[in-house]
Write a protein that binds this ligand. Structure first.
Ligand code: AVJ
Length: 336
């Protein structure tokens, strides 16, 4: 094997420490509040991203299977919308890109000249993605960006007047509250050009038992994924969480329409986090909130599009109507 190099610049090092500092700050804030919480985005260190890839292979985790079906059966409807055959195919929260490869394959067949720009917060996931893309599609031009969504959008805003199709698959938007989702989608609108397209995956409201099963899988992978947050605190911030003294708990809030995930302390305990020089007390059965996954009605989705300056091109459903990929067009005319 030939030697391989990795050169880290001061900028890379700054970024590593700012990401760790942001994590430390958010953990300090979240664990100091009377209702303890940790932002969901911290699930996705390299280990967590790997565990989420395992979740996507679970039979109970229907969103992935549904979106696969949609992309496979509706890919030509998506291709038909790309009148300009030169564009950037931008993907927010790309992960392993397995679903996206259906579209990459189709667009290659159609002879489109596009650049694939996956954006993901995990460098490990990005490395895996770029490797598999190069293997499957040696002719695709791809530029991977390791960044969180808003920083990724800043980059997108700088690339100028090119036509863009932005993918936001897998109900990643579901982690945002209605207010946060609106801000995010409008920020996306700001960075895009008139007539650009976005394709957003929404998990739809459905039978509650099906949703509960998807977030409480029989193999315990979702539990591992959630508990990995505490491992990450131990590894990156010098915490001394005993993982066996917490359990994963996921429930559906019928008022807000969100699946909610928690880590529940099984006994009275005190945890020390070196990086914060701070201890945190847990009462028996005290929860840490770790995630919202909002479920939508079609009417909620249409209102969100209207309120943020898009027109709806197409709603693409799976055969069971559990999930929807909705395609919107950026509208920047005087009529707004
Ligand atoms: C990656 C945010 C779409 O909310 O369904 C899966 C993450 N959490 N199982 C979701 C997740 C527990 C997932 N998203």
């Amino acid at each position: 094997m030939s030697a391989s190099y990795k050169i880290l610049s001061q900028k890379d090092l700054d970024e590593i420490s700012t990401e760790r500092k942001a994590f430390a700050r958010d953990v300090l804030i979240g664990l100091s509040e009377p209702r303890k919480w940790i932002p969901a985005r911290y699930h996705y260190d390299d280990d967590g991203s790997g565990l989420f890839q395992k979740i996507m292979e679970l039979p109970e985790y229907y969103p992935t299977n549904c979106e696969f079906e949609i992309l496979k059966s509706k890919k030509s409807e998506i291709g038909d919308l790309m009148e300009a055959h030169q564009f950037n195919l931008v993907e927010l929260g790309a992960g392993d890109g397995v679903k996206t490869s259906i579209l990459l394959d189709h667009f290659m067949e159609l002879g489109f000249e596009f650049q694939y720009v996956p954006i993901d917060i995990s460098e490990g996931a990005m490395q895996g993605l770029i490797d598999s893309i190069q293997k499957k599609f040696p002719d695709i031009k791809a530029t991977g960006i390791v960044a969180e969504y808003f920083d990724g959008l800043k980059w997108l805003g700088k690339i100028g007047q090119q036509k863009n199709l932005v993918l936001f698959l897998g109900s990643n938007l579901g982690n945002f509250s209605a207010a946060q989702a609106k801000v995010f989608i409008r920020t996306l609108w700001n960075t895009l050009n008139n007539n650009d397209l976005v394709l957003i995956g929404f998990d739809l409201k459905k039978d509650i038992d099906l949703m509960l099963k998807a977030y409480n899988d029989s193999q315990g992978v979702t539990s591992e994924f959630n508990l990995n947050l505490l491992e990450r605190i131990n590894n990156q911030l010098g915490g001394n969480f005993d993982i066996s003294k917490f359990r994963h708990y996921a429930t559906y809030d019928v008022f807000t329409g969100a699946m909610e995930s928690y880590l529940v302390s099984l006994e009275a305990q005190t945890v020390f986090i070196e990086e914060l020089s701070e201890t945190f007390d847990f009462k028996p059965w005290e929860p840490i909130h770790t995630e919202y996954s909002y479920k939508y009605l079609v009417s909620d989705i249409e209102k969100l599009a209207r309120d943020t300056g898009y027109t709806i091109e197409k709603h693409l459903f799976d055969s069971k109507k559990y999930f929807m990929d909705s395609i919107w067009r950026v509208q920047k005319t005087e009529s707004l």
